[in-house]
Design a protein around this ligand. Sequence first.
Ligand SMILES: [Zn+2]
Length: 281
Amino acid sequence: MRIVPIPCLSDNYAYLLVCRETKEAAIIDASEAGPVLGAIDQGAGTQDSRRDLASLANHNREDVRIVAILSTHHHHDHVGGNEEVRSKLGIDRVYGHASDRGRIPGQTQYLQENETFEIGRLKVRVLHIPGHTLGAVAYVVTHEPDDPVVFTGDTLLIGGCGRLFEGDPPMMSESLSKLAALDPRTKVYCGHEYTESNLRFAAHVEPSNAAIAQARAKASQLRKEGRTTMGATIADELSYNPFLRTSSPEIRRTLGIPDSASPAEALGAIRKAKDAFKIGA
Ligand SMILES: [Zn+2]
């Protein structure tokens, strides 16, 4: 499989997911039509997506057939391009959670937990991960012998998690647990380039964690080169993401979370501290 990040708006990502064998492809989160259509037609975008698209061209880019849009949740910065992209490319499948009916423009497929479908020969499995919104889903994509990938929208972010707009901490805690339990090699592609500010907060709450310093250095280098920080693995995230590390004694000490607090209570406290630390994410 091949994944092409397409930068949209100020810090969103849409993605092109391509099955190299069949040349069928899907767009994950058609955030806005212009950059998505531009990336597909002309190879516009960041250095990263230009390079990826150039190499896509080597794999018969002209033959790539976009067959579906996969929406992670209903927020406008993730579905704003659905209608235009769908009509311009003649796409007849638009996926989203069943409970997002009426909130995802152009939706035709109403997904439930663990439902599966295919993009070419890529197998896609749906995880319902409420918290950021009630209808949030993750798309887990597998194709041997490639490493699996997961598109997490605004639920699990690299180094962080999304704000709790519609759900509560126990809900988000359960959703993040599902993602944490994926194959540790699974690569994470999320909805926003918030990695550096997320890791700043991670370092603040767990200063002695060497994995955070390492991740910050890597993210800073990638951003300097104009590249995305996407594609960190679940194993990476477990080593530095404070929202997956609610039992860390250092995080609990920093934020005054008692030992007796449940993972969900700790997550709520970490989320509250992050909201106060910096607006965003
Ligand atoms: Zn969102």
